[in-house]
Ligand binder design. Structure first.
Ligand code: ZN
Length: 399
C-alpha cells in the first residue's frame, strides 16, 4: 500500500469548500471528509507540520513556535529538523523497514534522501547557520534559494514520481497555497486559484495511481488556516512601560519580531511569529501583572499562562511564560511575510483545517474528526504497526 500525506500549507477549510473546479469536486466526491479537524495551537507552520509528522502536541515535539528565548543563551531558531524532540513518522517507520520520500517539503527527518541531496542540505545548513524559514525563500539571495529548492524538491510531476516510486510513504508539501494568502489574503482569487491548482495536482496523482491499479490512501490536510490582516500594529505597540518594562530594543530575525524589554539589562523578551506571541520574563513573579498589561491592549486576543499553556499542549522548557494570539485581522507591520493574510492566532479560520482521506478502499462520506495529531496514528494503524507514544488516536477510515 502507498500512503501519501498531501499537505496544502495554509489551507483554510472555508476557502477549500468554496473552490468549485471540476478537479476539486472530483476529489471531494471520492473523499472521506473528517470534520471538524483542528490543527494544534499555535497555528504556525513549524508546529503544525511537526504535529502532523509526529502525532504529538508541541509540548512533546518541541516546535512550540519558530524561535524561542533562553535566559542563558539568547534567541534560538527551532524551525529545523534538528529541533525536533520527538521522532517523525519517517524515523519510526524506517526502523520498521518502511521507506519514505519527500516532495517539496523541508522537514525531512527520517526521509531516505539520496547522497547528493544530503550533501546539498549540509551545505545549505552551513550557508545560513541552520536557520530555515521556507516562506522567506523569496527574499533570499539566489544561491541560498537554489540550495533550498534543491533540498526540498518540488511538487512538479508528482503523479509520476509517486506512482513510479516503491516507497510506501510520501510526504507532499504544496507551499503555493500559503504564499498566495500571505500576499493577497484568504479571500483573494489568487488564494482560491492556488487551492484549485493543488486540487488539479491531487487529481492527477489519484489518476496516476488508479490507472496503475495501485492500492493507496491519500491524506489531504493542512498545517493551519489563514485570516486577513488589514489592521497593522508595530513593535512600539507592545510597550510595557506601565509595568516597568520599557522597550529596550526590537529587531526582525528570520522574519520574526524580537522585542527586548528593560532599562539597562534585559528583563523580558517578546517573540512574535506571525500572529503568535510568547513572552519570557526574567522575574516570574511579574507574570500576572505583565499578562494584565498585555491583555489591555486593543489588538491582543487571548493570553495563556501556567496550567492553561499545559492544557493547550504547549508546555515545554522552550515555551514562554505568557503565550497568545492577536485579535482577528491584526498583523505586525515589521513582519514582511504577512502582507494581506497571516495565521498563528486562535480564530477558527486559522485553527480549522481540511482533512480528506481518499483511497482505493476508502468509502467516501463524512466522519467526525478531532485533530491533525490523529493522522500519524492512523497511518500507523494502516501499516499495522503499533506505536504507543502518540497524543492522537487512529481515525477509523474503513467503517
Ligand atoms: Zn504553513
Amino acid at each position: 500500500m502507498k500512503i501519501i500525506l498531501y499537505v496544502m500549507d495554509g489551507c483554510q477549510v472555508d476557502a477549500l469548500n468554496r473552490v468549485d473546479s471540476s478537479e476539486a469536486n472530483e476529489a471531494k466526491r471520492k473523499a472521506l471528509i473528517v470534520e471538524p479537524t483542528s490543527t494544534i495551537y499555535p497555528s504556525l507552520t513549524g508546529p503544525g507540520h511537526a504535529s502532523i509528522l509526529t502525532g504529538v502536541l508541541p509540548a512533546k515535539h518541541g516546535l512550540i513556535s519558530h524561535m524561542y528565548w533562553d535566559w542563558g543563551s539568547g534567541i534560538h531558531n527551532i524551525y529545523s529538523d534538528q529541533s525536533f524532540e520527538a521522532p517523525t513518522l519517517f524515523e519510526l517507520l524506517s526502523k520498521r523497514g518502511f521507506k519514505s520520500e519527500g516532495h517539496g517539503n523541508y522537514f525531512r527527518r527520517g526521509i531516505t534522501d539520496p547522497f547528493s541531496k544530503k550533501t546539498l542540505k549540509w551545505v545549505a545548513n552551513r550557508a545560513e547557520k541552520s536557520t530555515f524559514i521556507t516562506n522567506t525563500l523569496e527574499s533570499m539571495p539566489g544561491f541560498e534559494k537554489f540550495l533550498k529548492r534543491s533540498v526540498a524538491g518540488t511538487v512538479e510531476r508528482l503523479d509520476e514520481k509517486v506512482a513510479d516510486s516503491n516507497a510506501p510513504l510520501h510526504y507532499v508539501l504544496d507551499n503555493r497555497v500559503d504564499k498566495a494568502s500571505h500576499k493577497h489574503g484568504p479571500n483573494s482569487t489568487d488564494y482560491s486559484n492556488a487551492i484549485q491548482t493543488a486540487m488539479a495536482n491531487l487529481v492527477g496523482l489519484i489518476n496516476a495511481l488508479e490507472s496503475r491499479k495501485q492500492d493507496y490512501v491519500i491524506f489531504v490536510t493542512s498545517d493551519h488556516g489563514h485570516t486577513t490582516v488589514d489592521d497593522k500594529v508595530n513593535a512600539a505597540d507592545l510597550d510595557l512601560s506601565e509595568v516597568g518594562l520599557p522597550i529596550k530594543n526590537s529587531e526582525v530575525i528570520n522574519a520574526n519580531l524580537i522585542v527586548e524589554y528593560g532599562q539597562s539589562s534585559t528583563e523580558a523578551v517578546a517573540v512574535v511569529v506571525s500572529r503568535h506571541i510568547q513572552v519570557y520574563l526574567k522575574d516570574k513573579s511579574k507574570t500576572a501583572r505583565v499578562t494584565e498589561a498585555l491583555a489591555k491592549k486593543r489588538f491582543v486576543d487571548k493570553l495563556l499562562i501556567g496550567d492553561q499553556i499545559a492544557g493547550t499542549g504547549v508546555a515545554n522548557p522552550r515555551t514562554g511564560d505568557i503565550i497568545g494570539g492577536f485579535k482577528d485581522n491584526v498583523g505586525f507591520i515589521e513582519l514582511p511575510i504577512g502582507e494581506k493574510g497571516d495565521h498563528g492566532g486562535f480564530t477558527e479560520k486559522e485553527m480549522l483545517v481540511p482533512l480528506w482521506v481518499i483511497g482505493s478502499k476508502v468509502k467516501p462520506g463524512t466522519v467526525h474528526g478531532e485533530g491533525t495529531v490523529d493522522i500519524a496514528p492512523t497511518i500507523f494503524s494502516l501499516l499495522k504497526t503499533d506505536e504507543a507514544r502518540f497524543d492522537g488516536k487512529p481515525i477509523n477510515i474503513h467503517s
